[in-house]
Design a protein around this ligand. Structure first.
Ligand code: TYM
Length: 332
């Protein structure tokens, strides 16, 4: 059976983009793959995190996985920092990846902003740790949103260079799994920016903790243009905000965008937004409720994370033994 690995950063404000672009897809893949899902707390601290918030947000990512339908018996759910293989392999990959490759990473440029000199070294090496996450388990498939594509290409480059340099076939070349109608959910305030945990405006995103009232308020305030919805998908071109809301509707309803337009062609946003609100409350609302219920029992979540860490460590152990042998580390 092929192996899946994916992760979400515990940096708070988990949102609809994380759900539709990634977490929802994690659930269905459990039928066909051995799945490992991680709360990547070591990635989170590449930018400052308050320690108490980090702890709580790590449990929240695990709770979101469970609430969405990841089954902790079939799949592995754990926190990255609890399995040492991630850090160990990341160091080896730091010595394989080239500065030039990392200089091209758009996410680093975005996150570091103008003050690059002040970004952490960890933020720069972020993609190398991400490659280690995946390859410590020799995972072959990685479900993510579109924004992670470049990082997965780098993962392939690292695997290939390692294999070439050491003349082995240790690592597989991973395949991204980017699917669904909402692989890149955009901000509700600005159709040219992706929905993100770090946007200063809470109105830019629908979060797992939003109730009906706040979902309704955020969608009511969501930016749109003045035209009614078009008949054909091509009519959404050049209308990023409209395309985004139709994409969200399609993903939540398990339809394609054209099927949504067949239903709503000619409708004004004053009609479409309440329909989208009802749908979001129906499909996304219960997941947030379940996540909150799980968060009320942190001991239960911690027990799942502990068991997950033990299972993950057992899978990583033979891979790390092989890698250390290949690299020439002695094992006295
Ligand atoms: P993170 O925490 O930013 O996002 C978690 C997942 O959500 C997806 N996503 C989106 N999808 C659609 N629309 C959006 N607006 C949107 N925003 C986020 C992301 O693509 C991601 O799949 N680097 C990763 C975490 C990571 C990882 C890994 C992923 C660390 N190691 C190994 C896969 C495999 C990240 O920052 O995700």
């Amino acid at each position: 059976m092929s192996r899946i690995f994916s992760g979400v950063q515990p940096t708070g404000n988990l949102h609809l983009g994380n759900y539709l672009g990634a977490i929802r897809n994690f659930v269905g893949l459990q039928d066909d793959y051995e799945c490992i899902y991680c709360a990547v707390d070591m990635h989170a601290i590449t930018v400052w995190q308050d320690p108490a918030d980090l702890r709580s947000n790590t449990r929240e990512v695990a709770a979101a996985y469970l609430a969405a339908g990841v089954d902790s018996k079939r799949s592995i759910i754990f926190a990255q920092s609890t399995v040492a293989a991630h850090a160990e392999l990341a160091w080896i990959f730091n010595c394989v990846a080239r500065l030039g490759w990392l200089n091209r990473m758009t996410q680093f440029k975005e996150k570091a902003g103008k003050n690059r000199e002040n970004a952490s070294l960890g933020l720069y090496a972020y993609p190398s740790l991400m490659a280690a996450d995946i390859l410590a388990y020799k995972a072959t498939h990685v479900p993510v949103g579109e924004d992670q594509k470049q990082h997965l290409e780098l993962t392939r480059d690292i695997a290939q260079k390692f294999n070439n340099d050491y003349e082995t076939e240790t690592f597989p070349l991973v395949e991204p799994l980017i699917f669904g109608e909402a692989t890149r959910v955009m901000s509700l305030r600005d159709g040219s920016k992706k929905m993100s945990k770090s946007d200063p405006s809470d109105y830019s995103r629908i979060t797992f903790t939003d109730d009906r009232d706040s979902i309704a308020k955020k969608l009511r305030k969501a930016r749109t243009d003045a035209d009614p919805l078009p008949e054909k998908e091509e009519g959404l071109e050049g209308r990023p905000e409209a395309a985004n809301l139709v994409g969200i509707y399609a993903a939540l309803a398990d339809l394609n965008k054209q099927a949504v337009l067949d239903e709503f062609a000619g409708a004004a946003f004053s009609t479409f937004k309440p329909a989208l609100t009802d749908l979001a409350v129906e499909k996304f609302g219960p997941i947030g409720e379940e996540m909150k219920r799980l968060m009320a029992d942190p001991a239960h979540v911690d027990a799942i994370l502990k068991e997950g860490a033990e299972r993950a460590a057992a899978l990583a152990a033979p891979v790390m033994a092989e890698v250390k042998e290949v690299v020439g580390f002695i094992r006295p």
